[in-house]
Design a protein around this ligand. Structure first.
Ligand SMILES: [Zn+2]
Length: 138
């Protein structure tokens, strides 16, 4: 498989199929999410690996000043959202929106909360995109 395939576009395409894919170093087994063409530890070549989407909350912040994509989704000063760093069961960390937490009461949001990947569709027609989020495992 060509290194050209380990792109943000390929990662997004897998998200649209509701799959969370990373790259695994063929030499040292290090997993990167989003994927990278080469390992940042040993520069070994990558291969695709499908991740379980399970993990836990490692850090978070409640966002009131939203970036453009989130403003368009209706978030902002009046409707803040939780952005978190998720430590995946496979080891790598990824930042994403955290769903199912009470952003009005951040003191109730707990580090270590079990999470699973959620795939959020936003936009219409040509502009439709799938965004990675994580939701609290009930
Ligand atoms: Zn490596």
């Amino acid at each position: 498989m060509s290194e050209q395939t380990f792109t943000g576009m390929a990662f997004s395409h897998f998200l649209s199929e509701h799959r969370l894919m990373g790259s695994r170093c063929a030499a040292c087994d290090e997993i990167h999410v989003p994927p990278r063409p080469f390992c940042n530890h040993c520069e070994g070549e990558s291969e695709w690996v499908e991740l379980s989407g399970r993990g836990q909350l490692a850090a978070f912040t409640v966002v009131y000043i939203a970036p453009t994509a989130m403003l368009e989704a209706g978030y902002g000063r009046k409707q803040p959202y939780c952005s978190g760093v998720v430590e995946l069961d496979e080891g790598p960390r990824i930042s994403a929106q955290i769903l199912g937490v009470d952003v009005a009461h951040p003191e109730t949001i707990t580090i270590g909360t079990p999470l699973r990947a959620a795939f959020v569709e936003r936009g219409e027609g040509e502009a439709k995109r799938t965004f990675l989020a994580f939701e609290v495992v009930a």
